[in-house]
Design a protein around this ligand. Structure first.
Ligand code: SF4
Length: 380
């Protein structure tokens, strides 16, 4: 099968609405199964980066994320994807994803964003933090020279979406903030051709780049990894405060927002932390922002910790519901009742989920079919 045949393989496509039980391609780091029809790149890109300034006396300062890396000639910033060449800053990963798949939108997870649809999901190498629990560390902590990269343009993305009836592009797996220019231009091009874009991020981005990016996107999912600065310092190698500020900025901008908290045994799993998280969300974002608690599996630098017990996740669920959050979900617990969406007005189930099988059962025009209560989100 050549590249055009791959794009035209509509028989492999998936339904855009309704029950989703499709044979989704597996997510494989490096994207070999799914991107094989695209050309493997034999060199990195050299596209001028945005949001940087030249320093007096030489060097540049990157303004994409709060690290504000100061980079001398022929050096790179923390994320490893941006390089100073003669005091011009370049992104090395433009059009060069290393992972490329079609996933259920629920896998991101988005539960209130066109449920039951799919997303063309892509990532480049690199990240601006270094979470000890990262499930995609093989690409997030790699330099782009260490991954197999594919030449995949915005035009390719739009053609793939059209050929496979996929309505959305998702920038995901690693950290899209570090491939900001690629994401921005693809999202803008997608919008011109009727394709939506969503960002799955840690939210560690500066205010101005985010301000410019939001109009190109349709939804954002933020991993709020904990509600404690010391956790961000010791486990994430990042900062909490800028993430909280950006969450407020996203909410004020009106873009659809969902939050995920990965619950790691002994590190961020106390009643006090769940309560603080719930109260912060309630106070600064609102009770109708979905919060997903996700189950940790031992990996990367935290192989000595156990899987998160189901009871711990259920405790998080109960605390957040008691604090008034209306849409609390438990992830990586297939067929658990807390995977489904219930109307806060009458308690009726409006969207049923079992793993990645999704059925809209009581929702019409963004309202509960039983009591007409508004269900927030973006629905067909
Ligand atoms: S995007 Fe990369 S180079 Fe820029 S400040 Fe963040 S980590 Fe540093």
């Amino acid at each position: 099968m050549n590249r055009r045949d791959f794009l035209k393989c509509v028989g492999c496509g998936t339904a855009a609405t309704g029950v989703v039980q499709s044979p989704f391609w597996p997510q494989v780091l490096g994207g070999v199964q799914n991107a094989w029809a695209f050309d493997v790149a034999d060199k990195l890109s050299a596209v001028e980066a945005r949001h940087y300034r030249k320093l007096e006396g030489g060097g540049i300062e990157c303004g994409i994320c709060p690290r504000h890396c100061r980079v001398t000639d022929l050096e790179r910033g923390f994320c490893g994807t941006r390089e100073n060449r003669g005091d011009v800053y370049y992104t090395l990963v433009y059009n060069l994803p290393c992972s490329l798949n079609i996933d259920p939108i629920e896998k991101k997870p988005f539960f209130h964003f066109f449920p039951g649809t799919t997303a063309l999901s892509l990532a480049t190498a690199g990240c601006n933090v270094d979470c000890k629990f990262c499930q995609n560390w093989e690409i997030s902590q790699a330099r782009p020279e260490q991954t197999t990269n594919y030449e995949f343009t915005a035009q390719d993305a739009v053609e793939t979406c059209r050929a496979r009836n996929v309505p959305t592009i998702a920038y995901t797996y690693s950290e899209p903030v570090i491939f900001y220019e690629y994401m921005f231009d693809m999202a803008e091009f997608g919008h011109k051709h009727g394709i939506k874009s969503v960002m799955i991020t840690g939210g560690y981005i500066d205010e101005q780049p985010l301000r410019e990016l939001i109009p190109q996107l349709d939804a954002i999912k933020v991993d709020l990894k904990a509600i404690r600065e010391s956790y961000y310092r010791d486990v994430v190698r990042g900062e909490l405060k800028p993430v909280l500020d950006r969450l407020i900025q996203m909410r004020e901008a009106g873009i659809w927002l969902e939050i995920v908290n990965l619950v790691v045994p002994t590190l961020n799993d106390t009643d006090d932390e769940f309560t603080k998280l719930a109260r912060w969300v309630k106070t600064f974002l609102g009770v109708d922002v979905p919060v997903h608690f996700s189950r940790f599996h031992p990996q990367y630098l935290l192989t000595e910790l156990p899987i998160t017990p189901q009871k711990t996740l259920e405790r998080a669920y109960q605390i957040c519901r008691a604090e008034g959050l209306e849409y609390v979900y438990l992830g990586n617990l297939p067929a658990h009742k807390a995977e489904s969406t219930y109307c806060p007005g009458c308690g009726a189930m409006v969207i049923e989920r079992r793993g990645y099988s999704t059925r809209v059962v009581g929702l019409a025009g963004g309202k509960c079919s039983s009591c007409r209560h508004d269900i927030p989100g973006r629905f067909a």
